[in-house]
Ligand binder design. Structure first.
Ligand SMILES: Nc1ncnc2c1ncn2[C@@H]1O[C@H](COP(=O)(O)OP(=O)(O)OP(=O)(O)O)[C@@H](O)[C@H]1O
Ligand SMILES: [Mg+2]
Length: 356
């Protein structure tokens, strides 16, 4: 049995269903992210696991125990809340060491743990400061250190890095992931930051309107979206509306604006009105082997790549080209576009596919 299971979990507030029948299993030592837009039910799900909200129906087990009705402090779970409440009258070291002191850990050992945790979040030397003497991002890091110091069996993180600047956040992703692996702490991270979810997770549960729309590895979530929602939510993509002409054993022939595209259907039951998707980085500028002609409407330089918007007979196409050194053609110029059919994806428009 998995380390943590949610079985048929729902949460209703009056007539409003915040969570609709979620089944989810998290393995021991796994890092799972709940990723989705604001209001999709991420915090509600996490709070039900932590025990601060009780589900309307369903069952939660942790390490074989039914904890559905257990009090939060009896669950052995570490939590970093979306609003990371620190004790204002305690120093940084006091905050980080509070739980350890409650556990009656010896002073030397406690000091060592506090030091380690603060080092991890880059706050060594600020031990004696009070929360009001810290920036928002520093407070957030104290909250992370406090949870890590406890080395809980299950760690729940709700947007723990939302206040950090981009560079620090990137470093923390890698360091937090490393320490999570080293200590083997099963972790669930709530985030709406796709890069954060992809960098850190073994698996991502993409949530949409109180349900899990897709549960898969970061690579599969990006490369094989299971629903129109996940296709457009994770990363950027070009969406082309089309009509299935024929479904062959491996690919579907799809009519898009008078052109026929051959799209691998990966066993999906596609028919009628469909969307064909292709990622901007999988479309390239081409001369001889161009599949489509267009005119560059916008050209933007973002350092590691160029982002182009190209007007074509199939509609506006976004193209991301790595920065090889030489700039691509200027705005207004005619260009050819090419891609490999294997990089196209197809889904029924209404999202009738269910889960991957
Ligand atoms: N106590 C409550 N009473 C009524 N509705 C609630 C309550 N708590 C949450 N909701 C609703 O449930 C839905 C899910 O809320 P939740 O806080 O889980 O979203 P979230 O995915 O964490 O969003 P965010 O990214 O903005 O934090 C929202 O539509 C919210 O308005
Ligand atoms: Mg939330």
């Amino acid at each position: 049995m998995s380390f943590l299971t949610l079985q048929g979990i729902s949460k209703r507030y009056g007539d409003f269903t915040a969570i609709e029948h979620i089944d989810l299993s998290v393995e021991r030592g796994e890092f799972m992210s709940l990723l989705g837009p604001s209001g999709c039910g991420k915090t509600t799900t996490l709070q039900m696991i932590a025990g601060f909200i009780s589900p309307t129906s369903g069952r939660i087990t942790l390490d074989g125990r039914d904890i559905t009705d257990a009090r939060p402090e009896k669950r052995g779970i570490g939590v970093v809340f979306q609003s990371y409440a620190l004790f204002p009258h305690m120093t940084v070291a006091g905050n980080v060491g509070f739980g350890l002191e409650m556990r009656k850990m010896k002073r030397d050992e406690r000091r060592r743990r506090i030091g380690e945790a603060l080092e991890l979040v880059h706050l060594s030397g600020l031990d004696e400061r009070y929360p009001k003497e810290l920036s928002g991002g520093q407070r957030q890091r104290v909250a992370i250190a406090r949870a890590i110091a406890m080395q809980p069996e299950l760690l729940l993180l709700d947007e723990p890095m939302s206040n950090l600047d981009a560079k620090l956040r990137e470093e923390m992703h890698i360091e937090l992931r490393a320490i999570q692996k080293r200590l083997g702490i099963t972790t669930i991270l709530v985030t709406h930051d796709q890069v954060e979810a992809m960098t850190m997770s073994d698996r991502i549960a993409v949530m949409h309107r109180g349900k899990v729309a897709q549960l898969s590895t970061p690579f599969d979530a990006y490369e094989r979206p299971a629903t129109p929602f996940t296709s457009t939510f994770l990363g950027r993509t070009n969406t082309l509306e089309g009509e299935v002409l024929r479904r062959n054993p491996r690919c579907a022939e799809v009519a898009v604006a008078g052109t026929t595209l051959h799209v691998p259907h990966e066993g999906r039951d596609v028919d009628g009105a469909v969307n064909v998707y292709i990622r901007p980085e999988k479309v390239r500028l081409a001369n001889g082997d161009a599949r489509l002609q267009g005119r560059i409407a916008t050209r933007v330089f973002v350092g590691n790549q160029w982002l182009l918007v190209v007007d074509t007979a199939l509609g506006r196409m976004h193209v991301a080209q790595p920065n090889f050194g030489a700039p691509p053609p200027e705005e207004g110029r005619e260009v050819g576009l090419a891609w490999t059919d294997d990089d196209l994806r197809v889904l029924n428009q209404e999202g009738r596919h269910g889960h991957a």
